[in-house]
Every structure is written in structure tokens, then in C-alpha cells.
Design a protein around this ligand. Structure first.
Ligand code: AMP
Length: 280
């Protein structure tokens, strides 16, 4: 497995693979890889001849008061995981490689990005769409892999690919969890022991909500309330949002008639965690 830092090196390698008629899968990440990322890489390795994993903490998707500086990084560990999983290349650019001093073009989206995480993170999806577009142009993969853990991001990327005719198949992969139910996240490393225990309330609340929905409840307000009630029972949890939205439009729904996304964002101490379930 190769690790490269420049766009040119990626382009040369991919050109070589394409000359040989090989298919290419891309797994975009911010590094500090865990089993959730590994599940995406496993899926990509199973479906493509060559897999590129990008490891880039993208400054453009962090707000001024967010955790860009403290975001965990460990390329050696990431490289070991990627190699074991069968990836062929890690693309690990410096911020200057991705954004030159005169960088001034952005990919923005009018729908899907205003609600849910877009409310507290107003510039986040512009940063995500811009960097993912650049990665798509640099790697030119046949398929790209994204986790349902970031469900809004998955919906946004699918929409962007359709709007801008990227001609790349977007594959969504299920949420991977710790044994006790906490969704795996690089940000879980911020939690101290007490917070780690309290963080379980996210998956617990969604489990309650899912049970209610699966039992046939059609009132989205009731679903929202059940989830909220479980969350407020944990004194360390501060709710950012609890939303029941249409899985296609991400608009809030009153009735559960079609596919829905139940999504939550909750602060445990200073750490903002997200989790969700989809009922198709
Ligand atoms: P990140 O490094 O947090 O930007 O995540 C990179 C990719 O891994 C995104 O598509 C995430 O949705 C996905 N991902 C992160 N955590 C998980 C998880 N627990 N299960 C499945 N996919 C995940």
C-alpha cells in the first residue's frame, strides 16, 4: 500500500490503474480510523479492484469555534488499518495541497443543508461538498463509500452527485457501534469515563424511538417526544436537536407515511455527538 501527499501522485496512480482496466473505489475520511471506517473500506475492497482512502481533516468544514485543532490524528495507526483491510493507496494531503492561497470556488447546496446539523453548523456542508467534489475530481472513482452515521451528509452527497452529474455511484453503509450501542466516532476519544457512560443515552433513546415506530406509531410528534424524554433523563446530556424528517427531502414530518430519518445531536460535556436510525 502506498501513502501519497500530492494530487499529482494520486492522478498518476489512478491513470495507471485505469489503463489496466481496474475499477477504483474511494473512501473519504478525516482519519483516526475505527471499525466504522473499516466497514466502509471492507465494502469498497469487496466491490472494487483498487481502493483509495483519503485521510484529510478538512479545515473548510469546521466552524471557527469547532474542534479543528484538537481533532485526533494518527496516520501510522490509520495506515496499518488501511493496509490490513486491503486498501491500495492512502491520499493524505496537507491543507495547502488542497487549498491554494487564491482558492475561491465552492460547492454549495440550497436544499438539505439548512436543517439538522446545518442549523448549528452553518458552513459545514459547503465545506463537505467542496472537499468531496475535489476528491471526486482528483481520484475519479467508480464508487464512493459513505456511512449512514452521518445520514445528512450521505443525503447531501447523493443529491450533489445527481445535480452535478459526477457519474460516481454512492454507496451508503450501516452504522457500526460499540458493543454497548454507542455509535463509533473519532470524537468518542474526547469523552472521559463519566461522559462515555452518559453518551449511551443517545443509542438508548433511539432504540426506544425505533421500537415505537416499529410497533406502528404514525405520529412523528410522539416519536420525537419518546426520544427526547429518554435523552433528558440523562443529566449530562444537552440536546442540540431531535428531528423526525422525510429521508428523501430531510423536511420535518408530522405523520410517518414513507421512509423517515430519526436524527439526534446531543452534547455530552463539550463533545457534540450525533446518531440516527432510518425506517425505510
Ligand atoms: P469521518 O472520518 O468522521 O469524516 O468519517 C468518514 C466516513 O466514515 C463518513 O462517511 C462517515 O459517515 C463514516 N463513519 C464514521 N463513523 C461511522 C460508523 N460508526 N459507522 C459507519 N460509518 C461511519
Amino acid at each position: 500500500m502506498k501513502i501519497v501527499n500530492t494530487i499529482q501522485e494520486v492522478r498518476e496512480q489512478v491513470k495507471e490503474w485505469k489503463k489496466q482496466g481496474l475499477s477504483v473505489g474511494l473512501v473519504p475520511t478525516m482519519g483516526y480510523l475505527h471499525e466504522g471506517h473499516k466497514s466502509l473500506i471492507d465494502c469498497a475492497v469487496a466491490e472494487n479492484d483498487k481502493v483509495v482512502v483519503s485521510v484529510f481533516v478538512n479545515p473548510m468544514q469546521f466552524g471557527p469555534k469547532e474542534d479543528l485543532e484538537s481533532y485526533p490524528r494518527d496516520l501510522d495507526r490509520d495506515a496499518a488499518l488501511c493496509e490490513k483491510a486491503g486498501a491500495a493507496l492512502i491520499f493524505h494531503p496537507a491543507p495547502e495541497e488542497m487549498y491554494h492561497d487564491d482558492f475561491s470556488s465552492f460547492v454549495d447546496m440550497n436544499t438539505l443543508t439548512g436543517g439538522l446539523c446545518g442549523k448549528t453548523r452553518p458552513i459545514h456542508f459547503r465545506g463537505v461538498c467542496t472537499v468531496v467534489s475535489k476528491l471526486f475530481n482528483i481520484v475519479t472513482p467508480d464508487k464512493a463509500y459513505f456511512g449512514q452515521k452521518d445520514a445528512q451528509q450521505l443525503a447531501v452527497i447523493r443529491h450533489m452527485v445527481s445535480d452535478l452529474n459526477f457519474g460516481i455511484e454512492i454507496v451508503g453503509c450501516p452504522i457500526i457501534r460499540e458493543e454497548d450501542g454507542l455509535a463509533k466516532s473519532s470524537r468518542n476519544t474526547y469523552l472521559n469515563d463519566e461522559e462515555r457512560k452518559a453518551a449511551l443515552i443517545l443509542s438508548k433513546s433511539l432504540k426506544k424511538g425505533r421500537e415505537l415506530a416499529e410497533a406502528g406509531e404514525k405520529d412523528a410528534g410522539k416519536l420525537r417526544k419518546v426520544i427526547t424524554d429518554v435523552l433528558v433523563s440523562e443529566p449530562m446530556a444537552k440536546i442540540d436537536y431531535v428531528e423526525i424528517v422525510d429521508w428523501n427531502t430531510l423536511d420535518a414530518v408530522d405523520r410517518i407515511d414513507g421512509p423517515i430519518l430519526a436524527a439526534i445531536a446531543v452534547y455530552i460535556g463539550k463533545t457534540r455527538l450525533i446518531d440516527n436510525f432510518i425506517l425505510a
